[in-house]
Design a binder for this molecule. Structure first.
Ligand SMILES: *Cc1c(COP(=O)(O)O)cnc(C)c1O
Length: 484
């Protein structure tokens, strides 16, 4: 491994006494610390912080920013994550003083506009998904799943059906689905995907019984295929006494074309940070609102926004509610951006988003299957999954191909997921691409296939252009080294 010399401004650096900005001397009388903080918690020695000028700090953080990769740097076809371009105008909106200056503990009478906006967002999400009511509290998709499963549990318990302890989940599902079900105390039963890449009612039948609480299904699923038998599937689950949860992370494929509520789903979460243009990937705030059909509305988290003769109010008095799942109002800024994005596009624009996303994915799928193995060879929705090279090269695997892409300035696709596809590469271009970009990606992918055959070492040693080479990604996430 080539160890590159770190630029001087990235070395651990500090010069005693060097300062950037000095805050004014405080005129607040000091309270003897021991009165507020118990003695054992009081620091005995001064904290050793680096001492730097403002310019050094600016260059340090800019250098770090240049070493990361995001949708504003280049192509990011990370399947299932919908890494679309986020219009910059949207970033300004939550920062408008009328929004930014609000406090969630303000009296309702002083925040009528904000409450109206939230209520309106609930209505818009209901219209898009075909649901009857929404909660905006959940912080992300997985949190939405947790909320939805708590609602399923509450509904079954109230019906005297608490013996229903099993959630059915296809083997193609995102890992958060079984994790959320287990967290709520359900048993997870895996349902196999058919050779066509979807769930067949016939396959589902043997799993149905008095223990079934419900089914969690992603539609289109994580192979990028629409569950065409969805009406039969939801009907079967209902007849068996269960509820059907839609993992709505893939809504980008069907906006304005189809609604999970019309497919028989009882609940859904949306990933506002995927479908509705909030930047994500660096751990920034997202939102995972949950929509339900009328019969489940009474279980939604408190408080609910209600119209009263005095205006919008928070209603906490809902005896069937599962309770609160998040502080305050949910991620208000993300909701503002999602609503603005929806307004900006309108109904026809949203339909166009999905048709463009589906078109881009099919374009790539058609050209890439010439050199990569496409296990489910059928028109796809917004994403598709390849299974390594067609002309298999024993020396080169999907990880090598993914690392090779980095040297061409492309973020690798999602790899080794879904688990049912060996050497999986899950590619989602999104609608935010140009034809030239798609063509250049195809050219790069074909060049990687050539390298795999003729110069496998070049791929084995990729990436070569990055400050660090191949990392143990799990270790990097769990035990990050935050110091030079
Ligand atoms: C992203 C995703 C999730 C989880 O959503 P988060 O917002 O990351 O918690 C769940 N299911 C699918 C299919 C996803 O793509």
């Amino acid at each position: 491994m080539v160890k590159k010399e770190r630029p001087a401004f990235l070395k651990e650096t500090s010069t005693p006494g060097r300062r950037g900005y000095l805050p004014p001397v405080s005129d607040v009388p000091t309270v003897p610390t021991g009165d507020l903080i118990p003695q054992p918690f009081i620091r005995q020695t001064a904290l050793t912080l680096p001492e730097l000028s403002e310019m050094e700090v600016t260059r340090h953080f800019n250098a770090l920013a240049q070493r990361s990769f995001g949708v504003d740097q280049g192509f990011y076809p990370l399947g299932s994550c919908t890494m679309k371009y986020n219009p910059k105008l949207l970033e300004d909106l939550p920062q408008l003083p009328g929004f930014q200056g609000l406090h969630p503990l303000q009296d309702e009478a002083t925040v009528q506009g904000a409450l109206a906006l939230l209520h309106h967002a609930e209505e818009v999400f209901s219209a898009i998904t075909g649901m009857d009511a929404f909660t905006l509290q959940p912080a992300a998709g997985a949190h939405g799943e947790l909320t939805g499963l708590l609602i399923i549990k509450a509904a079954l318990t109230e019906q005297g059906e608490s013996g229903r302890d099993t959630i059915l989940i296809p083997d193609s599902a995102h890992g958060t689905n079984p994790a959320s079900a287990a967290l709520v105390g359900f048993k997870v039963q895996t349902v196999p995907t058919s050779s066509a890449g979807v769930i067949e009612p016939e396959t589902l039948k043997p799993y149905l019984g008095p223990n079934v609480a419900g089914l969690m299904l992603t539609n289109p699923n994580t192979l990028g295929l629409f569950e065409e038998k969805i009406l039969s599937i939801t009907k079967m689950i209902h007849e068996a006494g269960g509820l059907v949860y839609c993992d709505g992370a893939n809504m980008n494929a069907i906006l304005g074309w189809a609604r999970p509520g019309d497919m028989g789903f009882d609940l859904i979460h949306l990933n506002l940070h995927k479908t509705f243009a909030t930047p994500h990937g660096g751990g920034g705030p997202g939102a995972g609102p949950v929509g339900v059909k009328k019969h489940l509305a009474k279980y939604l988290p408190v408080p609910r926004i209600v119209a009263t003769p005095e205006g919008w109010r928070w209603n906490y008095d809902l005896p069937h509610s599962i309770g609160k799942v998040k502080g305050y109002w949910g991620h208000f800024g993300v909701i503002i951006k999602a609503l603005a994005y929806i307004y900006q596009l309108g109904y026809e624009g949203l339909k166009q988003v999905s048709s463009d996303a589906v078109l881009a994915a099919n374009y790539l799928q058609t050209l890439l299957k010439e050199v990569y193995h496409l296990p489910y060879d059928t028109p796809c929705m917004h994403e598709f999954v390849l299974s390594g090279l067609r002309d298999k090269q024993p020396a080169v695997n999907t990880l090598d191909l993914a690392k090779g892409l980095i040297d061409y300035g492309v973020h690798p696709p999602t790899i080794y997921f879904p688990l049912i596809v060996p050497e999986a590469m899950m590619i989602e271009p999104t609608e935010a691409v140009t034809l030239e970009l798609l063509n250049s990606f195809v050219a790069i992918m074909k060049e990687l296939a050539r390298l795999a055959k003729e110069e496998p070492e070049a791929l084995k040693s990729a990436p070569r252009t990055t400050p660090v080479r191949r990392l143990n990604e799990a270790q990097a996430a769990r035990q990050p080294v935050l110091k030079w």
